[in-house]
Design a protein around this ligand. Structure first.
Ligand code: IPD
Ligand code: CA
Length: 274
């Protein structure tokens, strides 16, 4: 099954519509005092809204494109991820910890892979009123307006977005990476949503996003959006990235030499740094 541009564009159109509808579902639960939250692990939460949005997306995608596979954070892989077959990679809510606290930085992230290559991405931030989208070779957009990465080249004028999850990375490793950034004169932020972090690199608001280990659903859409905005991202899906996660580094071209050096120890050896 080989997908042409029109077939990818049709999927992008649907992804934008579904992301907007999913945003409405999530907003109905947002800041409700009785929001049901459960614990998946240390500092790892899931809410009733994560499940409701994932179920909605999986059902609608299966209706529209029954032959496509779907990988979701809450339900895993549905369908076969055969060669050439499109695979949707969805995070129903990225930034769940922000969401459960009533903070604004959360989004719905819908990516599309073909042969483990991100070819389309939609990130919808309902509270911010921003929808980021991109399709391979068609540019990147925020609310329909073209976006590009920062032209910055100097670490001393840069702010890098960081993520951290303690499942696979010891606190000391993270602390050492923060220290290296600070020693180089860089600033950093932690938004609590990797997808919004990547969208923020694509739109030039930050000069990079780094997380030493993260899952496919957090980054599939964002990688496509960053690359289409003129940025660079490592080959996250190399090796076991699809099923086991990987390190993610995304940045404008001007900061790539500094950041690949700064995080060289954490960039997975199977990830393409070229
Ligand atoms: C998390 C967020 C966070 C990142 C974690 C992710 P979730 O996703 O993107 O910023 O640091 O690694 O797991 O759990 O909110 O979907
Ligand atoms: Ca999530």
């Amino acid at each position: 099954m080989n997908l042409d541009n029109a077939a990818i564009a049709a999927r992008e159109k649907l992804a934008i519509e579904l992301a907007q509808q999913a945003g409405e579902i999530a907003l109905r639960h947002f800041r409700q005092p009785d929001l049901a939250v459960s614990n998946k692990g240390l500092q790892d939460f899931v809410t009733v809204a994560d499940h409701a949005v994932e179920q909605f997306l999986v059902e609608r995608l299966a209706e529209a494109f029954p032959e496509d596979a779907v990988l979701g954070e809450e339900g895993g892989l549905r369908g076969n991820e055969d060669a050439g077959r499109p695979c949707w990679v969805i995070d129903p809510i990225d930034g769940t910890d922000n969401y459960r606290r009533g903070l604004a930085m959360w989004c719905i992230s819908i990516g599309l892979l073909i042969d483990r290559e991100p070819v389309m991405g939609v990130i919808h931030c309902p509270v911010l009123g921003e929808l980021f989208s991109a399709r391979q070779s068609a540019g990147a957009f925020c609310n329909g307006k073209a976006i590009t990465v920062s032209k910055e080249t100097e670490p001393t004028r840069s702010r890098i977005n960081l993520g951290y999850s303690r499942k696979r990375v010891p606190p000391a490793t993270h602390a050492a990476q923060v220290e290296r950034l600070l020693q180089a004169g860089c600033e950093y932020s932690r938004l609590g949503s990797a997808a919004i972090g990547l969208a923020s690199v694509a739109s030039g608001r930050y000069e990079g996003f780094w997380e030493a280990h993260i899952n496919a659903w957090d980054v599939a859409a964002g990688i496509c959006i960053v690359r289409e905005a003129g940025g660079w991202a490592n080959d996250f899906f190399a090796g076991e990235g699809f099923s086991q996660g990987n390190a993610i580094l995304a940045c404008p071209p001007g900061l790539k030499p500094f950041l690949t050096d700064c995080f060289a120890d954490g960039l997975n050896s199977s990830a393409d740094q070229g």
